[in-house]
Write a protein that binds this ligand. Structure first.
Ligand code: PRT
Ligand code: MG
Length: 218
């Protein structure tokens, strides 16, 4: 059995065409069913639905052989992992976005940086945020949040946020502006190293088909 871990929403939707290219059709729409394990047209391939942030853990622990998650999730996972527990063979080029610093449109970020002000920064991405500000030589107090980061500067919980941005509409709707581009993000296919070794005959063709489809789409 080959188990693929996906999260509902954009990762699931954007991964579908890639696995279809490898001959895999899922037998259910996760938005319509409450099932957490979904079969496919192939008797020995199944999909498990997990929280986006749990994908690396499922794959690293062998709960799934493969998984798809954002580079953001992967970097934060690695920062907490005790060993290199995931093989990352393919940049899928999907679920693209960027990690940015944003502030209220009436906050003078440039001058705060110049003055060496100590900023309060709310984020779900504490490891990436810490390394970014450390590299800039800035002192920040990080406030860990699990969602709706955009709210924090609006109610005075933080001076800035570090969050993912794609269209920029969420920032705009909340009168926030991007002041730093930290890094580009896309989804990655991750593989359990032991699975790759023991199920090479099954997994390798899958990886090749997905990689070929990704190359064809760029
Ligand atoms: O939602 P949940 O808490 O379960 O987990 P999650 O938010 O990690 O999952 P999900 O499905 O929302 O995101 C999965 C992955 O998609 C992320 O890890 C990213 O790698 C990638 N991705 C791509 C994004 C976005 N684009 C994105 N725009 N993840 C989140 N967003 C959010 C962003 O945090 C902000 O709140 O969308 C909002 C901004 O979008 P725009 O279009 O208004 O700029
Ligand atoms: Mg989300």
């Amino acid at each position: 059995m080959i188990t693929l871990a996906l999260s509902k929403g954009r990762i699931f939707e954007e991964t579908l065409p890639l696995i279809q290219a490898a001959g895999i059709e899922v037998s259910e729409d996760p938005e319509k069913s409450r099932k957490l394990i979904i079969g496919t047209n192939l008797a020995d391939v199944r999909v498990v639905l997990v929280r986006a942030t749990d994908v690396p853990t499922y794959v690293a622990q062998g709960g799934a052989d493969l998984g798809v998650c954002g580079l953001d999730t992967l970097i934060e996972h690695r920062a907490e992992a005790t060993s290199e527990d995931l093989f990352q063979p393919v940049d899928l080029g999907i679920a693209r976005c960027r990690l940015s610093v944003a502030v209220r449109d009436d906050f003078d970020y440039a001058s705060a940086v110049r003055r060496g002000a100590r900023l309060k920064v709310a984020t779900k991405y504490t490891h990436m945020a810490r390394s970014f500000f450390a590299a800039k030589g800035m002192h920040v107090d990080l406030i860990k949040l699990y969602g709706s980061m955009e709210l924090a500067p609006l109610i005075g919980l933080a001076d800035a946020i570090v969050d993912l941005v794609s269209t920029g509409n969420t920032l705009k709707a909340n009168r926030l502006v991007e002041v730093e581009h930290i890094q580009d993000i896309s989804a990655r296919l991750v593989v359990n190293p032991a699975s790759l070794k023991m199920k090479t005959d099954r997994i390798k063709p899958l990886l090749d088909a997905i990689q070929a489809k990704v190359r064809a789409s760029v």
